[in-house]
Design a protein around this ligand. Structure first.
Ligand SMILES: Cc1ncc(COP(=O)(O)O)c(C=O)c1O
Length: 391
């Protein structure tokens, strides 16, 4: 079944006639047992993974969502979590223990970095950062106790691509697992498990849910062992996504392919236009031929989402504030993946250990939504005119 068909056909209400199309929301704490025997054995064996046993361990809504995500990821099974960040922290903490080392790309999402340096360290897990462009050179950064090599492509804020297959090969040769935060590409544009990754992480908050009105996370594994390990961890920590949010995330996924198709085409149009402007130093978007990560993106990815970075020539923050504050369609906000266009601003330095960003004193981040790209270009053109007080 093709990806767009899976997004429509899976996780639906089981009723074929005179019932709703969508699985209704099952709000639940207590799940009733049929009899005493069923109650006593409700968590036994595979029941805890397969059956709905208690609201905090998942409902029909999280199961339907998980089934759909697993199919689209081409994975074994998926665990749904309360946020994208908890998907990261649960996946990582499930597979490491005291004495282990985690290797993380320097361009990793900031809160993931903080989790490694400030939380894992308190539990005796070391972490260090590697050049996201290292490819098979990641071997040099691995230690005898490296248990997990983490990846994220493109990187947060600076959009570096990674050679995921080469990194996965190196990690596996040295007995380490590989996890990937694949939120930018979504499983529509890149399927991590097909490129050697063991654990694929999605902040479903972004493109999967797609409407900027909930937070949710998904962890998809290649194997049963990893699935159980992570499901147990999520359970033990009491991490749970609400049935309403699972319902909305699954509803959002129904239109994922068409949203991405449109948003990606618009992002390309806006990115190319920005590149042609004299005020713009560089557009950080692997789908552009000019991007240093373009060859890797072209080799491995089936498409691009609609989030990119923007490095400007001006160093005048007040001028950029004039530009951004006056935008009409682009709102100022930090999340992304919704139907609406956004702009975010990041003042340097951002936390980096290996590759500090030195090109510009700040970076803008642009998210392209479902508006007509001509209107978005006009909005940005007026914004650029405000840089030197022309408007
Ligand atoms: C790359 C990436 N991963 C994970 C997350 C965390 O997702 P959530 O906001 O759902 O915790 C974000 C959020 O911005 C992100 O950008």
């Amino acid at each position: 079944m093709k990806q767009d068909t899976k997004l429509v056909a899976l996780g639906r209400a089981p009723v074929r006639a005179q019932g709703p199309v969508n699985l209704p929301v099952h709000r639940a704490s207590t799940i009733l047992s049929e009899n005493l025997d069923g109650y006593v054995h409700r968590f036994d064996g595979d029941n805890r993974y397969d059956n709905v046993t208690y609201g905090a361990t998942g409902t029909q809504n999280s199961r339907a969502l998980a089934e759909t995500v697993a199919a689209v990821e081409g994975g074994y099974r998926t665990v749904v979590t309360g946020s994208g960040l908890s998907a990261v922290t649960m996946a990582v903490s499930a597979v490491v223990g005291a004495g282990d080392h985690v290797l993380v790309p320097d361009s990793v999402y900031g809160p993931t970095r903080r989790f490694c340096t400030e939380v894992l360290s308190r539990y005796g897990v070391e972490s260090s950062f590697y050049d996201p462009g290292a490819g098979k050179g990641v071997a040099d950064a691995m230690r005898a106790n490296t248990r997990l090599v983490y990846t994220e492509a493109p990187g947060s804020l600076t959009f570096e691509m990674q050679d995921v297959p080469a990194i996965a090969k190196c990690a596996h040769e040295r007995g380490a697992l590989v996890a990937m935060d694949n939120t930018w590409a979504t499983p529509i544009c890149f399927r991590p498990l097909e490129h050697g990754v063991d654990i694929s992480i999605q902040a479903g908050t972004k493109y999967l849910a797609g409407h900027s009105d909930l937070v949710i996370g998904m962890i998809t594994t290649a194997t049963d062992t990893l699935f159980r390990r992570i499901a147990d961890q999520v359970n033990a920590f009491g991490d749970v996504a609400s049935p309403d949010d699972c319902f909305l995330a699954l509803r959002g996924m129904r239109s994922l392919c068409v949203r991405l198709e449109r948003q990606s085409a618009s992002a390309m149009k806006v990115a190319r236009w920005l590149e042609s402007r004299p005020e713009v130093k560089r557009v950080l978007y692997p789908a552009l031929e000019s991007d240093p990560g373009h060859a890797l993106w072209k080799r491995d990815f089936a498409g691009a989402s609609s989030l990119f970075g923007l490095a400007m020539h001006t160093t005048d923050e007040a001028a950029v504030a004039r530009m951004v504050n006056g935008l009409d369609l682009f709102r100022i906000g930090s999340s992304w993946g919704g139907y609406e266009s956004l702009v975010a601003y990041n003042r340097m330095p951002i936390p980096r250990s290996v590759n500090p960003w030195t090109e510009t004193p700040f970076l803008l981040r642009i998210h392209i939504g479902l508006e007509n790209p001509d209107d978005l270009v006009a909005d940005l053109a007026a914004g650029l005119d405000r840089l030197d007080g022309r408007a």
